[in-house]
Design a protein around this ligand. Structure first.
Ligand code: AMP
Length: 292
């Protein structure tokens, strides 16, 4: 596995590969890799001749009071995981390589998709994500990019920007990988105390209860949201930012559920200072997969 930190090395390697007919698969991450990231790498490995994983904790997508400086980092462990997954190129740029002037004057924004749900609580977050992903797509060039459904709103925004800005990048969404009790794997789970970790699986049960009720034909989105809140409140938590059922394409609110296959249930719940997000669709195969 080649580890590189400069745009020049990355482009040279990928251009050479494409010139000899190789397809490029890219898995963007912020590192502190787990089995969720591994599932994206496995899919990319299966589909492409060259697999690039990127690790960049992007300051643009963190709010002023968020966890940028303490976000977990462990390059040695991440390199071993990526190598084991058969990654060919691990791109680990420093902040100065990505933002040489320190400030970025250009930004990419998808306000209709980015201002709802997470956007109400993290108003600058998706602009930071969309900007860095657009930049990364420009660095990588023609490729297939793999993203997790775990970040469902992010995935919708990235699909939209790739289409709107004509990036030569196909977007593939991959199922959420969950721990045995249903908690979606996340680099941020390590912030949880043992007691909070035990409570956190309530989030999966709340979403599952809402998805079940929807599958049984409940047409009223407010009734489903009330069910999710009631199940969530069976465990100790420190606040529900949202537990919502929305249109899976537009992420807009629904007055009535006409087709359960076209909705998504999304949530953000706080446990102490840790904020966890999760989501699911109604069909069993839209609820994620359990890790071994
Ligand atoms: P992050 O490092 O958190 O920015 O995540 C990098 C990529 O991994 C994103 O596309 C995430 O959606 C995806 N990802 C994170 N957690 C999971 C998970 N539990 N299952 C599947 N994909 C995930």
């Amino acid at each position: 596995m080649q580890v590189c930190s400069t745009v020049h090395e990355l482009r040279t390697r990928l251009d050479e590969g494409r010139a000899s007919g190789q397809h490029v698969g890219v898995v963007p991450t912020m590192g502190y890799l787990h089995s969720g990231h591994r599932s994206l790498m496995d899919r990319a490995r299966n589909d492409n001749e060259i697999v690039v994983a990127t690790i960049f904790v992007n300051p643009l997508q963190f709010g002023a009071n968020e966890d940028f400086s303490v976000y977990p980092r462990d390059l040695a462990r991440d390199s071993a995981l990526a190598e084991d997954a058969g990654v060919d190129v691990l791109f680990v740029p420093g902040v100065e390589e990505m933002y040489p002037d320190g400030v970025v004057m250009t930004s990419v924004d998808v306000p209709e998709l980015g201002s709802v749900l997470e956007g109400r609580f993290r108003p600058t977050h998706f602009r930071g994500v969309a900007t860095v992903v657009a930049k990364l797509f420009n660095l990588v060039g023609t490729a297939t990019a793999y993203f997790g459904e775990k970040d469902f709103q992010q995935l919708a925004i990235i699909r939209q920007l790739a289409k709107d800005l004509s990036f030569p990048v196909s977007i593939v969404g991959c199922p959420t990988v969950r721990d045995h009790d249903g908690l979606a794997l996340s680099s941020r789970n390590q912030y949880l105390s043992a007691a909070q970790r035990a409570q956190a699986s309530g989030l999966f049960r709340a979403l599952s209860a809402g998805a079940d009720q929807c599958a049984e034909g409940e047409p009223d989105p407010r009734a489903i949201e009330a069910t999710m809140v009631a199940v969530m409140d069976e465990v100790d938590h420190d606040g529900i930012d949202y537990l919502a059922i929305v249109d899976s394409q537009t992420l807009g609110d629904l007055d009535v559920i006409a087709d359960p296959s076209k909705v998504r249930l999304l949530s953000a719940v706080r446990f102490g200072a840790t904020r966890l997000i999760d989501n699911m669709g109604v069909a069993q195969d839209a609820r994620g997969v359990f890790c071994d």
